[in-house]
Design a protein around this ligand. Sequence first.
Ligand SMILES: Nc1ncnc2c1ncn2[C@@H]1O[C@H](COP(=O)(O)OP(=O)(O)OP(=O)(O)O)[C@@H](O)[C@H]1O
Ligand SMILES: Nc1ccn([C@@H]2O[C@H](COP(=O)(O)O)[C@@H](O)[C@H]2O)c(=O)n1
Length: 222
Amino acid sequence: MIVGIDGPSGTGKSSTSKAVAVKLGLRYLDTGAQYRAITWWMLDNGIDVNDASAVAAASGKPTIVSGTDPAAPAITVDGTDVAAPIRGKEVTAAVSAVSAVPEVRARITELQRTIAREAAGGIVVEGRDIGTTVLPDADVKIFLTASEEARAARRSGELKGKDAQSLEATREALVKRDAADSGRKTSPLAKAGDAVEVDTTELTLDQVIECVVTLIEEKRGR
Ligand SMILES: Nc1ncnc2c1ncn2[C@@H]1O[C@H](COP(=O)(O)OP(=O)(O)OP(=O)(O)O)[C@@H](O)[C@H]1O
Ligand SMILES: Nc1ccn([C@@H]2O[C@H](COP(=O)(O)O)[C@@H](O)[C@H]2O)c(=O)n1
């Protein structure tokens, strides 16, 4: 059972995917974390993230390893645990430029396909291009959406301490990242033709999880 969950940022992909995977005994892959990890490495190594040729030339250097336990997602770069730093403001602001580079996408896509292939009991993979490009033959494809306001409010509730910002600034940053992700040439953020769209604006997280579990169980014939 391969499940692909895509959608813009703040629609609930990670929270839903993890919970669904725990409930159904599936593995879990956060592909955004992989793009964040390679971006973290570029910044840490002084690569200009707006220089696509420099990013492309360096894209094969870091070794990225993703854990697939939905109860304890993990990610390392060259053996360093980067789970915390990849969520910082700097990486968030730079990740769309890095993820738009075709060489980066080719490398990370290959990694994702290998992980999905090796997940014997099935896996929930979440991202932006899972249904369209990474796993076009996934058994279940879901595209989550939500209004800008709902997404900004959700994201704003998470940002604390040094990364705290106004609701309006959060909304602007989110819209800018979605526009870059949707507008890039290579596998942009998009709904696959055969994906089920779920608008989560008025739904609680539990309702979204239940909806996705039902779609998977229907596919399994239960
Ligand atoms: N239906 C919902 N109702 C209210 N809050 C929600 C809902 N779904 C998710 N959230 C909350 O919104 C925040 C963002 O959710 P999450 O990280 O799962 O989104 P995402 O789509 O994976 O975002 P990104 O692509 O930016 O990583 C989290 O704090 C989560 O608890
Ligand atoms: N399949 C994917 C997943 C993510 N990206 C890029 O990574 C960024 C961070 O993703 P989060 O889910 O952690 O917010 C995202 O903005 C994309 O630039 C991608 O390109 N493809």
